[in-house]
Every structure is written in structure tokens, then in C-alpha cells.
Design a protein around this ligand. Structure first.
Ligand SMILES: O=C(O)CNC(=O)[C@H](CS)NC(=O)CCC(=O)C(=O)O
Length: 341
């Protein structure tokens, strides 16, 4: 841990010499005391400093390899969340299927839980313990119609640092995709489609719009969220290697550029079970379209600071929302300018 934090000895040395005293103290507290429990304090500290103009809110993206083993998945996600909180992240993002990836439909349905089950309770108490917001990107939810439909929802949950459920978005675009000999997905066979897009939620990092994985292919949805005030779009995902290597980064950057939002994409990586491998490449894209953070291979975290002043400047300089020719696009004609905060 300590070695990981002191990544650049020269930088460390220079910081030691040149940083004025209060900065030096802050830096030492944040990095040289690895077992110092930074719970609600750093987030508050960062938020306060952000308001004072000196520090911007930090967010963290978790990349994992969920398997059918629920307990192992909880252990892995929880340790990443704790690490992110210790580094001062305000909001921590987990990918689609953070709870598990079943090796077949029966197993998936068998492992699914109601919203208020053990899985939710665990992460609610972890949010409280760590003092962070949690985006739980794709929970296999047995909804109220479980008995009648025999299908679940793919549900993205947002929890505040009190462990309160602030928003739940149920995936609206289901991934029924067949690439002959390469990819076969029929999400609708075990999942009910959600019926609504959820209004973006204010967090210390900005207004977060919730989506899931395959939703990324529908720019109408990202525009609708941006128009409703989103500053950060989230696409927790479990992309296939075939489609991910061709489309993932292009789609994420396009959504960021079109909507002038930050795009946060926590992803599954590696071998989830015998017949399934996920693409990984979890990343954070800024509203200019630059990839500002990306996870390395395997399980892990990446971080970025959110700069809403930068977002506002881009929106002023290239005012696409006010240039939109809503008279020309038929069904999407009703899109208006984003609500600005
Ligand atoms: O079923 C689960 O347990 C987790 N959910 C998924 O893996 C979902 C539905 S099958 N995967 C995708 O949407 C992949 C999209 C994709 O790869 C693309 O759009 O190219």
C-alpha cells in the first residue's frame, strides 16, 4: 500500500522541499499514513476545498471479475470501495453485475435477490462506514412482479453516504444480440425492461445520470439525461470482448463529446465463467472527450477529479444544445437545452 502510494520518489522529494507547510501536512496525511481511516472526513474535506476553489472532488471506478460466487464478489468489491474511500473518493462506481455473473440463466435467476435483500444491506452499511456515495451499477433484482413474470430487473442503484437509496434505474434497453459464431446474448429471456429514465441525482461530484451497459448505444438516452441536467453520465458495463474492442471507447467518448458530460464507465474484466470473458477497459472521459483515467488489466481502480468549471466552459464555447435543429429530427425534436446548475 505504502509503496503503491509513493509512486515517484523524485516527486516525493521535490514535494518535501517545495511545498508550503499546510500543503505538506495535507499531503502527508493523505499519503504517508496508509492505515489512517479516512471515512467521511476526506470527502467532506475535498468537497469543502472544492468549494473554496483549491481541490476538486475525486471519483473512483472499480473494475472487477464477477463470478457466480456471490461471497467472493462482495469481498472483492468491498475492498476496492474501502481503498477508494481511503484515497479520498467521494463517489465510487461499481460495474454491471457487481453482485454476480451466473453461468447460465437458471443460476442467474436463482442467485437474484429483492432490492432490500442482504446485498443491498451490505453496501448500505459500507457506504456509511466509508462515508462515500456508491453507484452499484447493475444489481440482479427480483422485483415485485418476480412471481408472475419469472424475470428480474437489471437495476442500477445509487446510495448516499448514509446508506440511503437515492435512485434506482432499471435497464431499459436489453441486450439481445447475436453475432454468428462469436456473441450470443438474450438478456430479455431473463430480464424485464425498465419503463423509465431516472432524473439525474446531485452528488458532491456533480449531477449523476444513471444508465447501464447496452444503453450506451442509444444517444437519445444520453441526450435526454443531459437535457435533464446530468453532468456525469454513468455506464456500468459488462461488454463482450468482440464488441468492446471495436466500440467501447468510441461510444464512451462520443457520448461525452455530444452531451458535454463526464462519462464514467466501470466495467467487468476477464473470465467470469467458462463461457464468458468481459472486455474491461474501465474508464473516465471528460466533457472534451479525453480519456482522463483508465484501469489497467485485471481487477483494480482508477480515479479522476471532476472539474465542473471546465464542463461549463466547454458548454459555453461549443453551445451545441442551443444550436440543435429540433425542427429537423422528427421524434427527438423535443430535446431542449440542458438545465444548467
Ligand atoms: O447478465 C448479466 O448477469 C450481466 N449483464 C450483461 O452481461 C449484459 C446483458 S447480457 N451485457 C451487455 O449488455 C453487453 C453489451 C455489449 O457487450 C455491447 O453492447 O456490445
Amino acid at each position: 500500500m505504502l509503496r503503491k502510494l509513493i509512486q515517484n520518489p523524485l516527486q516525493t522529494f521535490l514535494k518535501g522541499i517545495f511545498l508550503p507547510r499546510p500543503w505538506k501536512q495535507f499531503w502527508q496525511i493523505k499519503t504517508l499514513t496508509p492505515d489512517h481511516r479516512l471515512s467521511a472526513a476526506p470527502c467532506g474535506f475535498r468537497a469543502m476545498s472544492a468549494a473554496a476553489g483549491s481541490l476538486k472532488p475525486l471519483i473512483a471506478v472499480c473494475q472487477v471479475t464477477s463470478t457466480p460466487n456471490r461471497d467472493q464478489n462482495v469481498e472483492c468489491c468491498s475492498s476496492l470501495i474501502r481503498e477508494a474511500a481511503q484515497r479520498g473518493a467521494c463517489v465510487v462506481f461499481l460495474p454491471e453485475a457487481f453482485d454476480f455473473i451466473g453461468s447460465n440463466t437458471e443460476e442467474t435467476l436463482h442467485l437474484a435477490e429483492p432490492l432490500e435483500g442482504d446485498c443491498f444491506q451490505h453496501y448500505a452499511s459500507l457506504a456509511r462506514e466509508c462515508g462515500v456515495w456508491l453507484s452499484l451499477g447493475g444489481f440482479h433484482e427480483r422485483g415485485s412482479n418476480w412471481e408472475s413474470t419469472g424475470r428480474i430487473y437489471n437495476c442500477h442503484l445509487l446510495l448516499d453516504p448514509k446508506g440511503t437509496l437515492v435512485a434506482a434505474y432499471r435497464k431499459t434497453h436489453l441486450c439481445d444480440v447475436e453475432l454468428e459464431g462469436r456473441v450470443s446474448m438474450k438478456e430479455s429471456a431473463f430480464t424485464n425492461p425498465g419503463s423509465e429514465i431516472v432524473s439525474p441525482v446531485s452528488t458532491p461530484a456533480g449531477k449523476v445520470g444513471l444508465a447501464i451497459c447496452y444503453d450506451l448505444r442509444f444517444p437519445e438516452m444520453s441526450l435526454a439525461l443531459a437535457q435533464d441536467g446530468a453532468e456525469i453520465l454513468t455506464y456500468p458495463s459488462a461488454f463482450t470482448v468482440t464488441t468492446g474492442s471495436a466500440h467501447w471507447e468510441v461510444l464512451l467518448r462520443a457520448r461525452a463529446i455530444e452531451t458535454q458530460c463526464y462519462v464514467v464507465a466501470a466495467a467487468q474484466t476477464g473470465k467470469n465463467h467458462e463461457r464468458r470473458t468481459s472486455y474491461g477497459h474501465s474508464m473516465i472521459v471528460d466533457p472534451w472527450g479525453s480519456v482522463i483515467a483508465q484501469c489497467q488489466e485485471g481487477t483494480g481502480l482508477c480515479y479522476a477529479e471532476i472539474d465542473l468549471a471546465y464542463l461549463r466552459r466547454i458548454r459555453q464555447e461549443i453551445p451545441v444544445f442551443s444550436h440543435r435543429r429540433t425542427d429537423l429530427y422528427g421524434q427527438v425534436a423535443s430535446l431542449k437545452s440542458p438545465t444548467t446548475s
